[in-house]
Design a protein around this ligand. Structure first.
Ligand SMILES: NC(=O)C1=CN([C@@H]2O[C@H](COP(=O)(O)OP(=O)(O)OC[C@H]3O[C@@H](n4cnc5c(N)ncnc54)[C@H](OP(=O)(O)O)[C@@H]3O)[C@@H](O)[C@H]2O)C=CC1
Ligand SMILES: CC(=O)N[C@@H](CCC(=O)OP(=O)(O)O)C(=O)O
Length: 346
C-alpha cells in the first residue's frame, strides 16, 4: 500500500516512545509529525537518546502540525486533554486515542469517574472501543478508536470469552492487578519517585479506580447483564509489566480445563494471545517489550472456583502495541506489521 503519513501526539511520553520504537520498523507508516508540550522544539534524540540512530522529525507543539498532510494520528496525551484536540482534526484523519477520553460510552459515567463533562459528546458516539481481538470488525471500519486501558486489556482478554460462554459467574469476579510504574507516565509525580516505589508494594485506587467502569462496561456487554467487579490495582517496583490475578466462581460443573479449552477455541489462531501450557504461571518477564498477552487458569482449592493469571507489557499490549495493531487493522494491514517484536528476556 502507499505510505501512510502518521502523527504521534505526545511523542515525548512513555507510550509515545513505544510508538516510535514500533513504527521505526513499520513498512507503511511513516512518522511525519511528532508533538510534545513542554519539550516542543527539542530533537527526539535529546529527549530519548535511544532514538539517536533514527531519522525523526523534531518535536513540535500540536498547533504547528499541518494535519492536511497527515493520514493517521496516534494520540498519546494525558486523559482529559484529548477530546478537544481530536474534535479539531480534519475528517480524513484516522485516529487511535491511547487515553481514556473516548472509552466510556455513557457520558454520565464519564462525568462521574473523570470529574468533568465530556468535551466532544458527538464524537464519542463514533468511537469504537479498541480491544483488537474482541472488536476486530468494528475497529476495521472505525475512524476513531479508543484504545483500551492497560488494566482493562489484561482483564478483558481472559474474561470476555468466559462470560460469553457462560463458564464463569458474572457476580463474583475479584481482580488483583499489579502494574509497573511506567503505567503512570513520564511526567514527574511524587507517588512514582524512586523512594516511593522501590523495595515496597502497595495498592491504590482501592474500590475507586477509574478502570473499574471501563472493565464493567465491556464485561457487561459480554455477560449481557450488569457486571460489577472487585478491582484492586497495585504499584510494583519495576518499570514495565502488568499481572492481573483474577479469582472467579465457576459455572456449575466447570473446571479450569474448560476455561483453557474455551480460550484455545477463541484465541487459538491469534498472534498475540497465548494460552500457556497447563500449570504454567504467566510471568511479566516473558512478555516484556512484546505485544503478547499470556493467560492461564488454575483450579482453586476452594470448590467451584478458579484462579486466572494474565500478563501483558503495559506499554505494549496495554498501550502502544495494541494501538499500532488497531491502526494496522484500520488501514487493511496485517495486525502483526511492526508489532511482532519478541519479548526482551532476560
Ligand atoms: N503508560 C502506560 O502504561 C499507559 C498509558 N496510557 C495512556 O496513554 C496516554 C499517554 O501516556 P504516557 O505516555 O504514559 O504519558 P506521559 O506523561 O509519559 O506523556 C504525555 C505526553 O503528552 C504531552 N502532553 C502533556 N500534557 C499535554 C497537553 N496539555 N497538551 C499537549 N501535550 C501534552 C507530553 O509532552 P511533554 O513531555 O512535552 O510534557 C508527553 O509527550 C495517557 O492518556 C495514558 O493514560 C494508556 C495505557 C497504558
Ligand atoms: C501505574 C499507573 O498509575 N497506572 C495508571 C493506568 C495506566 C492507563 O492505562 O491509563 P489510562 O486509562 O489513562 O490510559 C493508573 O492507575 O491511572
Amino acid at each position: 500500500m502507499s505510505e501512510v503519513k502518521v502523527a504521534i501526539l505526545g511523542a515525548s511520553g512513555y507510550t509515545g516512545a513505544e510508538l516510535v520504537r514500533m513504527l521505526a520498523n513499520h513498512p507503511s507508516f511513516r512518522m511525519t509529525a511528532l508533538t510534545a508540550d513542554r519539550k516542543a522544539g527539542q530533537e527526539m534524540a535529546s529527549v530519548f537518546p535511544q532514538c539517536a540512530a533514527l531519522d525523526l522529525p523534531r518535536l513540535v507543539s500540536i498547533d504547528q502540525v499541518d494535519f492536511a498532510g497527515i493520514d493517521a494520528v496516534f494520540c498519546a496525551l494525558p486523559h482529559g486533554t484529548t477530546q478537544e484536540v481530536i474534535a479539531a482534526l480534519p475528517a480524513h484523519v484516522k485516529i487511535v486515542d491511547l487515553s481514556a477520553d473516548f472509552r466510556l460510552y455513557d457520558l454520565d459515567a464519564y462525568n462521574t469517574w473523570y470529574g468533568h463533562p465530556h468535551k466532544a459528546p458527538a464524537l464519542q458516539t463514533q468511537a469504537v472501543y479498541g480491544l483488537t481481538e474482541l472488536k476486530r470488525a468494528a475497529i476495521a471500519t472505525a475512524r476513531l478508536v479508543a484504545n483500551p486501558g492497560c488494566y482493562p486489556t489484561s482483564v478483558q482478554i481472559p474474561l470476555v470469552p468466559l462470560l460469553k460462554a457462560g463458564l464463569i459467574e458474572a457476580d463474583d469476579i475479584i481482580i488483583d492487578a499489579k502494574s509497573g510504574t511506567s503505567g503512570a507516565g513520564r511526567a514527574a509525580k511524587e507517588n512514582i519517585l524512586y523512594c516511593e516505589v522501590t523495595e515496597g508494594l502497595h495498592a491504590y485506587g482501592i474500590a475507586s479506580h477509574r478502570h473499574a467502569p471501563e472493565i464493567e462496561q465491556e464485561l457487561s456487554e459480554a455477560a449481557r447483564k450488569d457486571v460489577v467487579v472487585s478491582f484492586t490495582p497495585h504499584l510494583i517496583p519495576m518499570s514495565r509489566g502488568m499481572l492481573s490475578t483474577i479469582n472467579v466462581r465457576l459455572a456449575a460443573g466447570a473446571k479450569a480445563a474448560d476455561l483453557r479449552a474455551a480460550w484455545t477455541q477463541v484465541y487459538g489462531d491469534e498472534p498475540f494471545v497465548k494460552v500457556l501450557a497447563a500449570g504454567v504461571a504467566p510471568q511479566t518477564r516473558h512478555v516484556r517489550g512484546s505485544n503478547y498477552c499470556f493467560i492461564n487458569a488454575f483450579d482453586d482449592r476452594l470448590p467451584g472456583r478458579a484462579i486466572i493469571c494474565s500478563v501483558i507489557d503495559n506499554l505494549v499490549k496495554g498501550a502502544s502495541g495494541q494501538a499500532v495493531q488497531n491502526m494496522n487493522l484500520m488501514f487493511g494491514l496485517a495486525e502483526t506489521t511492526g508489532t511482532n517484536q519478541q519479548p526482551l528476556f532476560p
